[in-house]
Design a protein around this ligand. Structure first.
Ligand code: 13P
Ligand code: SF4
Length: 304
């Protein structure tokens, strides 16, 4: 059944001139058939380079929106329109206006890509987990309002003591559920394992980690490492690529909650259905399109 679906997807993709982009958190079967799989930064960059007329995005809404903002001329279709990142909604346009007023405009609003297009439209620059430090370092302003993720913001701030950060309360429930105690338990059970952690985790978990990086960076680190065992502190979807690339190494989770229900809405049958009907399409209002692409383009420029 799955084989049949994969064949149909491949055929339709060719016929309709579609490229499939997938994030490392979606199901392994979907990652396997995608043309490009990566972290948020890689996918945003790839989206600007693909030749196909249409993009089918296997991920959550903000990722499809970013692909559309960077490619206004292409049709971007989601595999599931309900796949949305709760963190993307954890800051408001009003709160950003309030902080700008409070600082008399002398503040840069740095917006993690895990945010809605409306939030990007009122931000100065976007960042992803893999380029946040690089990008914020290049921003001339001393005052940085980092939205929406509190944890990534604090991680970046810790490494840039000369800047003044204003934080927001947003968080990722998946990464927040990974507790320091659970990581310590896992370390006790696997004393030789290295702890590889996503910066969306809380500071107490980052502090006991051997490596901190985006999903791609975690995969690259484990692949290049001489170590044989790893405790992985991010969403379970990365295990697919980790195991594909490292069949001789062992990867352990910290518990059963490292699971993003939104990313897991993306299934093979939905990919096939979206290809058949070429819907749901990402459509954004013209004014948002115009304003929200600027901080994304700025990110691409500064992250180089
Ligand atoms: P990266 O893709 O930057 O590793 O971010 C992970 C994430 O939570 C995406 O939703
Ligand atoms: Fe959002 Fe967290 Fe899911 Fe990523 S893992 S899409 S940040 S809820």
């Amino acid at each position: 059944m799955a084989d049949n679906m994969v064949e149909q997807i491949k055929k339709l993709k060719e016929e309709k001139d579609v490229v499939i982009l997938a994030h490392y958190y979606v199901d392994g079967q979907v990652q396997e058939l995608a043309d490009y799989v990566g972290d948020s930064y890689y996918l945003a960059k790839v989206a600007t380079k693909v030749q196909e007329k249409n993009i089918l995005f296997c991920g959550v809404s903000f990722m499809g929106e970013s692909a559309k903002l960077l490619n206004p001329g292409k049709k971007v279709v989601m595999a599931d329109e309900n796949a949305d990142c709760p963190m993307a909604h954890m800051v408001t346009v009003e709160r950003i206006a309030e902080v700008r007023k409070e600082y008399n405009g002398d503040v840069a609003v740095v917006c993690y890509v895990n945010s809605t297009a409306e939030i990007k439209a009122v931000s100065d620059v976007c960042v992803t987990s893999s380029n946040a430090l690089r990008v914020v370092k290049k921003i001339p302003q001393k005052n940085i309002f980092f939205v929406p993720d509190n944890n990534l913001g604090r991680y970046v701030a810790q490494q840039l003591p000369d800047k003044h950060f204003i934080f927001n309360d947003g968080f990722c429930h998946v990464h927040k559920s990974i507790s320091k105690e659970a990581v310590e338990e896992a370390k006790k059970a696997r004393p030789d394992a290295l702890v590889l952690t996503h910066p969306e985790c809380t500071m107490d978990v980052l502090e006991i980690s051997d490596f901190i990086g985006s999903t791609s960076e975690i995969i690259d680190y484990a692949t290049a490492s001489d170590a044989k065992e790893f405790i992985i502190c991010t969403e379970m979807g990365v295990f697919f690529e980790l195991m594909q690339k490292n069949p001789d190494k062992k990867f352990y989770s910290v518990g059963h909650r490292q699971f993003c229900p939104n990313m897991k809405l993306v299934t093979l049958d939905k990919v096939l259905h979206s290809l058949e009907v070429m819907e749901p399409e990402v459509i954004l209002p013209d004014d948002i399109m115009e304003k929200a692409k600027l901080p994304l383009e700025k990110m691409l420029e500064l992250a180089e």
